[in-house]
Design a protein around this ligand. Structure first.
Ligand code: ADE
Length: 255
């Protein structure tokens, strides 16, 4: 997958895109990132990318010409038309479904908005506007990185273990249950016996039940939309009975 990023702060991407799983996938050629400085497409001696808002008011507005020029250049070089996304708090709220849809695009272009906003005409150059949540950041760079990270790990070949993208939180619409590693006992807190049993079927059922319990106690709203099997529904009934009518007990026990 090719991901082009249009930004006025290219340096914000260098560390995150070269470290860890994304860095490894880029090295291996599974992902190709190109960070494009919008300023390189701005005109005049000062290469301005923002200007005062018509009608007055505080803050600067991102100018349309450099963004259109950068997009024109990308599109002219691309074998097929890429999918163009604008990061903005006014966009569709990002979630795992949106990440999955984007992971199927061969070529993504992400435009990072800045200043107080972008000239309205920039919206006509993009296919989709995305917000990462109902809060305002100083620019679209950190939101773009969140989207790139969530999308990249769904691209085949990016995660070492393909299965982990299928079993993690939200893959089937519910939260992941508790996980443990060594030591077996830590500060009085013990690893549940079932995980030491070696009985794969018991472990599988326990994990599923705990995932459902965690979702019920922390994010019951997710259960309405989740893709639950008959077995899941049975486990959920058990969990509700155990919790006594769906109360709100803590689902993690300390010492
Ligand atoms: N730019 C500023 N805040 C944002 C948000 N919440 N999502 C996407 N882009 C943004």
């Amino acid at each position: 997958m090719k991901i082009d990023i249009l930004t006025i702060f290219p340096e914000m991407f260098f560390g995150p895109l070269s470290a860890s799983i994304l860095g490894r996938a880029a090295q291996a050629g599974v992902l190709r990132f190109e960070v494009i400085n919008i300023r390189d497409y701005a005109e005049g001696k000062h290469k301005v990318t923002d200007d005062y808002p018509y009608g007055g008011g505080t803050g600067m507005v991102m100018k349309p010409e450099p963004v259109y020029a950068a997009l024109d250049s990308i599109i002219a070089r691309a074998p097929e038309r890429p999918w163009i996304v604008l990061m903005t708090p006014q966009g569709d709220v990002f979630n795992q479904r949106v990440a999955r849809d984007l992971s199927k695009k061969g070529h993504l272009v992400i435009v990072c908005g800045h200043y107080e906003g972008v000239d309205e005409r920039i919206r006509f150059a993009v296919d989709q506007e995305i917000s990462i949540g109902d809060y305002v950041l100083t620019g679209g760079e950190i939101p773009a990185l969140a989207v790139i990270d969530a999308v990249s790990r769904l691209v085949p070949g990016v995660l070492g273990d393909e299965a982990s993208a299928l079993t993690d939180s939200f893959a089937d619409g519910i939260l992941e249950g508790p996980q443990y590693t060594r030591p077996r006992e830590f500060r009085g807190m013990e690893v549940p016996e079932v995980l030491l049993s070696g009985d794969h079927e018991r472990v599988r059922l326990w994990r599923r039940r705990e995932a459902l319990k965690r979702t019920l106690t922390r994010r019951p709203d997710l259960l309405d939309k989740a893709n639950l099997s008959e077995e899941d529904r049975g486990l959920l009934r058990e969990v509700k009975r155990e919790l006594g009518g769906g109360g709100e007990p803590a689902d993690h026990q300390g010492p």
